[in-house]
Ligand binder design. Structure first.
Ligand SMILES: N[C@@H](CCC(=O)N[C@@H](CS)C(=O)NCC(=O)O)C(=O)O
Length: 254
């Protein structure tokens, strides 16, 4: 049983998959793609993942894409240390939350990420090169063009931060309903893994605004104490570790 994971250290979707592999103690070969250099758009990679995004899992030649699909797949083929509730009703609740997370915090977190971390790279490009790069992206073309080389405007940034705040409030409600400490109760599930990278990213950007939500604050402490956390977030997985300019931006905005 050999696992090969095409991913990127700072990619939030990749971090979900690394967490599950590490939690299950599954060894995997990690192929690191440089997303800013366009490794994900090279023809050989597009054959594996026509969306031109990471992560992609190669399991003995079987290709599985999309982080939440990959984490569910791993729980099916490697059921030890399961992240999937046995009760179909709770399992359905988990999937509902996973959909919510992909639509809300996981999408919203891209706005501060791009504005604060990636923009300088795009600003250094000529207009023609930037448009060509944006247009070569199967999934994120419109997103890149909307951001442009000046970044998302303040209204978009505020809307994204509002969506993130509402996501933390929803987490707080869910933990309250289930009795915690995890979203669905006493056991960690794929819903927790799915939302984790958005909180880690906002914390890294010094924009963690859940301090008045103690259940979420405790959830965050718990996930960081999980044995799979440190191997998942090896050095270079945080944006602040990869982009030196970010330290100054973060310090200014703090
Ligand atoms: N729904 C996909 C989304 C994957 C995705 O957006 N990956 C980002 C990194 S987190 C990416 O590869 N971006 C490359 C690009 O925008 O060109 C999943 O969950 O795997």
């Amino acid at each position: 049983m050999a696992y090969r994971l095409y991913n990127a250290p700072q990619s939030t979707c990749s971090q979900r998959v690394r967490f599950v592999l590490n939690a299950k103690g599954l060894p995997f070969e990690e192929i690191k793609l440089n997303l800013l250099e366009g490794d994900q758009l090279k023809p050989d990679y597009l054959k594996l993942n026509p969306n031109g995004v990471v992560p992609t899992l190669d399991h003995d030649g079987a290709i599985v894409t999309d982080s939440t699909v990959i984490t569910e797949y791993l729980d099916e083929v490697e059921p030890d240390a399961s992240f999937t509730p046995e009760d179909p009703v709770v399992r359905a609740r988990m999937r509902t939350l996973m959909h919510f997370i992909d639509e809300m915090p996981a999408a919203a977190v891209r706005v501060p990420t791009f504005n604060l971390a990636f923009l300088p790279k795009f600003q250094a490009m000529s207009r023609d090169d930037f448009v060509a790069m944006a247009e070569s992206k199967p999934l994120r073309r419109e997103f890149m063009l909307a951001m442009g080389q000046t970044g998302f405007p303040k209204e978009e940034m505020d809307a994204a931060l509002g969506r993130l705040r509402r996501s933390w409030e929803r987490m707080d409600t869910e933990i309250g309903k289930s009795g915690g400490p995890w979203l669905l109760g006493k056991d960690i599930s794929l819903a927790d893994v799915t939302v984790m990278p958005a909180l880690v990213r906002m914390h890294d950007l010094n924009m963690a605004d859940w301090r008045d939500l103690p259940r979420v604050a405790t959830w965050f402490d718990n996930i960081r104490a999980h044995k799979a956390f440190a191997p998942t977030y090896y050095h270079g997985s945080l944006l602040s570790e990869r982009f030196p300019h970010l330290k100054a931006t973060i310090a200014k905005s703090a």
